[in-house]
Design a protein around this ligand. Structure first.
Ligand SMILES: [Zn+2]
Length: 506
């Protein structure tokens, strides 16, 4: 399943799909120069071996003009303030439905809560849908809040300045929303013959996973989005300091977020006559033990593949340890080294526990009768919360400390397959788009809508198709979020070709 730049074709679901590369071929330039609604049949047999990189013509024409249109959709979407809470995603859903209506594509606004809706639209491959083949394009419409005092531009102004599109959602996740919309519309405009249904979905409440989230969409409207494959946020195209794409992390799994509440009750009373019973003391001791607990290492197949593929791109020392992570003699040291080198790597190798809330007391001279703490647990998929909580109970070893697992906690979703046709197609398309860079399977430590889809047997993959460097990536959920203007058309081009090559019959 490793990517191969030299491949000329692949056998995908019985359909012989020719590959493409946009930048190097005279043929591609010819098509770029004017074929928008191309006659596919005439193009099937054409390819060029220029520079040894196999070529095939684009399935749905030029993406340059389309990306400019999509940039405008992105700007308009940023201007619609969908800060969650309260979300107000209905306004964005209506805007998207309007864009689709202009293309002659009917869209459904799916109501989830007052002012909160998802939007869905479908391009049909045949009169009778086969959900197991359908491809779902997912992006969320809500964004996290902003601290306006820390922004130099209006975060909801859709400002384009200094080579960037600025604004909340420019990276997470309205750029993907606009790119998905572009890929979807390209199919319609191309008047192509689809070999599977393609479904566009804008979700709500992704940032809070509350009552208007993907969970609710699946519960209420599954028939509208039932699909075998999905592409969503969750991965990244990593831009190096030299301004070149280093690698693509393609998300096939994610950790599971679960809150656990610790509570201690005891005899409250006058602080002048304390007893051993003080809930504050019991709780503090429990939190201290849990906060410093190193959970057992659990390396999943995806994490193995991740380190294996990342090793050649890292410095000599890091690379050395990544390569021996499996070995019985040096594995333990490797895990320690990598855990200390990068908190994300640590979190990819084990369940993590972060105490996040402490609550006790109301007056300086009164011992409270109750103390509570919340710990946020991120499980490696496959691990179970009951087992971990049992370990924690033993560790704390204090019958006064009660553990309660939050009922709305995430469910451990299975990994998406690393050997599906769609996974190999995305891998190859990314490598081609970015000059043969490695495409690395990735488990994100954060959560996305994909977990819910994976629980419904959807092979969901996470990508953010726009090249972004580490410094800009760190602005996600932070201040001055921005997307490089030059990255946006590349992401649109990539999404168009992933979607077209998976769903169009040549
Ligand atoms: Zn997001």
């Amino acid at each position: 399943m490793e990517f191969t730049v030299g491949n000329t074709h692949s056998q995908l679901g019985g359909v012989f799909v020719l590959r493409r590369h946009i930048s190097l071929s005279i043929l591609s330039l010819l098509f770029l120069s004017g074929v928008l609604n191309c006659n596919l049949n005439a193009q099937v047999a054409q390819r060029s071996p220029a520079l040894g990189i196999p070529q095939s013509p684009p399935l749905v024409g030029d993406t340059v003009a389309l990306a400019l249109e999509a940039q405008n959709w992105l700007v308009e979407l940023i201007k619609i303030n969908t800060t969650n809470p309260p979300g107000n995603e209905q306004a964005a859903a209506k805007y998207i439905a309007g864009v689709l209506a202009k293309e002659g594509i009917p869209a459904d606004i799916l109501d989830l809560a007052p002012g909160r809706s998802a939007v869905v639209a479908r391009l049909r491959s045949s009169a009778i849908a086969d959900p197991s083949r359908a491809l779902l394009l997912v992006a969320h419409m809500d964004v996290v809040g902003v601290d306006r005092t820390k922004w130099s531009v209006d975060p909801f102004g859709g400002v384009i300045k200094d080579g960037y599109i600025w604004g909340r959602g420019s990276l997470d996740d309205k750029s993907m929303l606009a790119a998905n919309l572009a890929a979807f519309i390209a199919l319609k405009r191309g008047n192509v013959h689809l070999n599977r249904d393609v479904i566009f979905l804008g979700t709500a409440d992704e940032e809070q996973f509350g009552d208007a989230s993907m969970k609710m969409i699946i519960a209420k409207y599954w028939d509208k989005i039932a699909s075998g494959f999905a592409i969503n946020e969750g991965g990244k195209v990593v831009l190096g300091k030299d301004g070149k794409v280093q690698y693509v992390a393609l998300q096939a799994a994610e950790k599971v977020s679960i809150n656990v509440t610790l509570s201690v009750t005891g005899k409250g009373g006058h602080a002048s006559t304390p007893t051993k019973d003080n809930p504050v003391v019991h709780l503090a001791a429990a939190v201290e033990k849990i906060g410093n607990y190193n959970t057992p290492v659990h390396l999943t197949s995806i994490v193995h593949r991740y380190f294996e593929a990342l090793a050649p791109l890292e410095d000599e020392e890091t690379s050395k340890w990544m390569k021996v992570i499996d070995t019985p003699d040096r594995g333990e040291h490797a895990i320690r080294y990598l855990s200390e080198a990068n908190p994300m790597w640590n979190s990819m190798m084990r369940d993590t526990i972060a105490p996040t809330i402490l609550q006790a007391g109301f007056r300086g001279n009164v011992i409270p009768s109750e103390a509570r703490a919340v710990i946020n647990i991120r499980l490696v998929p496959g691990d179970t919360i009951d087992v971990l909580v049992n370990d924690l109970k033993k560790l704390v070893n204090d019958p006064q400390v009660k553990f309660e697992i939050a009922p709305e906690g995430g469910l451990a979703a299975p990994n998406s397959s690393l050997v599906s046709d769609f996974f190999s197609l995305i891998t190859k398309a990314c490598a081609q788009e970015f000059g043969g860079v490695p495409v690395i399977p990735f488990m994100s430590t954060g959560a996305t809508d994909s977990a819910q889809l994976r629980l419904h047997s959807v092979q969901a993959y996470g990508l953010r198709p726009f090249p972004v460097n580490e410094a800009d990536d760190a602005r996600v959920h932070g201040d001055e979020e921005r997307l490089p203007l030059s990255s946006f058309p590349k992401g649109v081009d990539l999404m168009v070709h992933i979607v077209a090559e998976f769903s169009v019959t040549r």
